[in-house]
Design a protein. Structure first.
Ligand code: IMP
Ligand code: MG
Length: 183
């Protein structure tokens, strides 16, 4: 089947990561994690809502037993800009003591959200905390650049799809494309 393009929505621009590229890279990340965590059961901590699509595909590309938990954070600010003030909206259900935690994020922009999350989770006595980010926006990480697994580094444009949204729209696009409808 031909890949559907964002042609019918004038707010959507170029495809940044196509569906087949996502599939291939997620498979590689799953294989890498599977090799790195042999003999352990990593706990994947998905950052809601944006990471839910990526986490679902990533988990199925990991050949080890894994467990899941989710956290929701919100950073105050407008729809397309992080303010830097992060707040936990939904906390984890599981105890992190002794766990091998992998934070699964959709996109790292300034790195502030991740910096906050990592510090917060490290305070709960896990064995270790690593990060798997699907996207990293190039050149902007002033905070917490220590990313163990990265899917793609992308140019500085706002993107949607594959979990990422603008005001809750476009999360179900099977590819990642730019959003050009900013006011
Ligand atoms: P940071 O705290 O500046 O690294 O921002 C990270 C968070 O901002 C991500 O988890 C997303 O929720 C959101 N975000 C940043 N850039 C984009 C984008 O291009 N599309 C959709 N959400 C984004
Ligand atoms: Mg997010």
């Amino acid at each position: 089947m031909a890949e559907s393009g964002p042609v019918d929505d004038p707010a959507l621009g170029a495809v940044v990561v196509a569906e087949d590229a996502l599939r291939a890279r997620v498979a590689e990340l799953g294989a890498e994690i599977s090799a790195d965590y042999v003999g352990r059961t990593p706990l994947l901590v998905g950052v809601l809502k944006g990471a839910f699509v990526f986490m679902s595909d990533l988990a199925r590309a990991i050949t080890l037993p894994v467990e899941f938990d989710f956290m929701a954070v919100s950073s105050y600010g407008s729809a397309t800009k992080t303010s830097g003030v992060v707040r936990i909206v939904k906390d984890l259900d599981l105890d992190l003591s002794g766990r091998h935690v992998i934070i699964v994020e959709d996109i790292v922009d300034s790195g502030l959200t991740l910096q906050y999350l990592r510090r917060n989770l490290l305070a709960r006595n896990p064995a270790d905390v690593e990060v798997c980010a699907l996207l990293v926006r190039d050149g902007l990480q002033r905070h917490d650049p220590d990313l163990r697994y990265v899917g793609f580094r992308i140019p500085p444009a706002f993107v949607v799809g594959y979990g990422l949204d603008v005001a809750e729209h476009y999360r179900n696009l099977p590819y990642i494309c730019t959003y050009t409808g900013l006011e």
